[in-house]
Ligand binder design. Sequence first.
Ligand code: SAM
Length: 261
Amino acid sequence: MTESAELPEHVQRNRQHWDETASAWVEPGRRNWAAPEPSWGLWNIPEAELHLLPADLAGMDTIELGCGTGYVSAWLARGGANPVGIDNSAAQLATARDFQQEFGIEFPLIHGNAEQVPYPDGSFDFAISEYGAAIWCDPYAWVPQAARLLRPGGRLVFLCNSTLLMLCAPDVGAATDRLLRPQAGLRRMSWESDPGVEFHLGHGDWLRLLRGSGFEVEDLVELYAPEDAGSDYDFVTAQWARQWPAEEVWFAKRRLPISAA
Ligand SMILES: C[S@@+](CC[C@H](N)C(=O)[O-])C[C@H]1O[C@@H](n2cnc3c(N)ncnc32)[C@H](O)[C@@H]1O
């Protein structure tokens, strides 16, 4: 475990935020641990439709960056992978450990910052983040870290809020049909309603960062709310998200060394 005082300021703030709010994530976590099939994001889009996970997980070494209550890693373990989860919040990891006992699935859970993961280079075949490092870590720190952790040919998949949603969301309340802030300079963000620190980039910056860190970008899938999505969130309605993508998934592959390409 990294002592809080040694962590970057945004990581310290997010640690406190997630420790304080972890109890709200126990029931959603349990639902996801118990789910027979993985589903993703705000609208629970089934894995069978999105294919975020590799088709054959057997024997794969995987790392979940910002694993929260650990359900994504539990899905990976059920598929035959050897998952590791890292999270910045001791309280979230305590929930994850309770679920490991409850559901009988054990894997290593590391208390730490996903921008600096205590594993050697090339330890993993697959790295994933669903709203973990993907929005709570500085991309200019965590993306190169993911590249370091992956073996050549390994895949990184992450799901985050869409850039467009971040430009149309007011400080308080649901996304509008207007651009409310500039995309120029988009990176670190805080909301009036939330003491945490988030990070969001425009697509050109994501592309440049991923490619510059040693990834090939294989796909960018923008997620819309399905026609029958009923539930709204305080920051985005289903009606908005049927017209514009509220979320996006990036698929990237760790480049092979030139000699092996
Ligand atoms: C929304 S949860 C993501 C987990 C899960 N997929 C979910 O949607 O509930 C966000 C998680 O990111 C973690 N997190 C925030 N900053 C982090 C950091 N620097 N390193 C590792 N985890 C971090 C938080 O502690 C929290 O558990």
